[in-house]
Ligand binder design. Structure first.
Ligand code: FES
Length: 216
C-alpha cells in the first residue's frame, strides 16, 4: 500500500473497537490499489490488523468480489444465475470468450479485458446483467455485449445501462459494497470513469466518461 492508502487504512481501522473488524474495508482498499488481493497484500493486511495470513486469506477467498489473480483493466463479470441464464447469459458469455479468444477467467492478449461468470448481481429485473469493474450493464443482448467489449478493447467505457424506468435495484452491487465498507463511492480509476471537468470524480451508477452514448 502507498503511504496515502496506509493513512486511509488507519483511518478506517480507528472506526472500529477492534482492529480486525476493518478487514473487509482494507481488502477493498488493497484490491483498488493492486487490482487484486495479492499474497504480499494479504501479509500486509494481516500485519496491520494483528491477524494471521491464513485468517486474512480465508476471508479474501470466501468473498467472490475479491480477485485472487491479476485481471485486465476491465473485468467483465457476467451473471450466470437463473434470471440471467433464462434470458441468455450463457450465449453472452460464450460469445465474449470467443471474441476475446480466452476461456472463462481469461484475459485477452492486449491485457485490457478479463471475462468471468459470477452469481447473482442483485439486479435481476435487468437480466441479463453484466458488470464492468464496479458498474452494471443491464438488459443487454449478445450483440450489445459484444459492442460493449469492442469499446472496452479500445479503452472506452460507455455509461452504465440500467433496466429502465422504475428499476428497483442498485445501479451497481460493487458500488454498494464500497459504501457499506465505509469507503464512499468507488474511485474513478477503479470504475473506469475519468474525473469530471473542473473537479472530482463523477459518482454513482449513472455516471459516464462522456466518450459515448447509451449502448443500444
Ligand atoms: S440473476 Fe442475474 S442479476 Fe440476479
Amino acid at each position: 500500500m502507498t503511504e496515502e492508502t496506509l493513512a486511509r487504512a488507519e483511518e478506517l481501522i480507528a472506526r472500529y473497537p477492534l482492529r480486525r473488524s476493518a478487514l473487509l474495508p482494507l481488502l477493498f482498499l488493497l484490491q483498488a490499489e493492486d487490482g487484486y488481493v495479492s499474497p504480499a497484500g494479504i501479509a500486509q493486511v494481516a500485519e496491520l490488523l494483528g491477524l494471521t495470513r491464513a485468517e486474512v486469506a480465508g476471508v479474501a477467498t470466501f468473498y467472490t468480489m475479491f480477485q485472487r489473480r491479476p485481471t485486465g483493466k476491465y473485468l467483465v463479470s457476467v451473471c450466470r444465475t437463473l434470471s440471467c441464464q433464462l434470458r441468455g447469459s450463457d450465449e453472452i458469455t460464450g460469445a465474449l470468450c470467443e471474441r476475446l479468444g480466452v476461456p472463462l477467467g481469461g484475459t485477452d492478449s492486449s491485457g485490457m479485458v478479463t471475462v468471468e461468470e459470477v452469481e447473482c448481481l442483485a439486479a435481476c429485473d435487468g437480466a441479463p446483467v453484466l458488470q464492468v469493474n464496479t458498474e452494471n450493464y443491464e438488459g443487454l443482448d449478445t450483440q450489445a455485449a459484444l459492442e460493449l467489449v469492442e469499446r472496452l478493447l479500445r479503452d472506452e467505457l460507455p455509461p452504465p445501462t440500467l433496466a429502465g424506468e422504475g428499476a428497483v435495484t442498485e445501479p451497481s452491487t460493487a458500488s454498494l459494497n464500497w459504501r457499506l465498507a465505509g469507503l464512499g463511492e468507488p474511485p474513478a480509476e477503479l470504475a473506469g470513469r475519468r474525473p469530471a471537468a473542473g473537479g472530482g470524480a463523477s459518482g454513482g451508477g449513472a455516471s459516464g466518461d462522456g466518450q459515448g452514448g447509451e449502448l443500444p
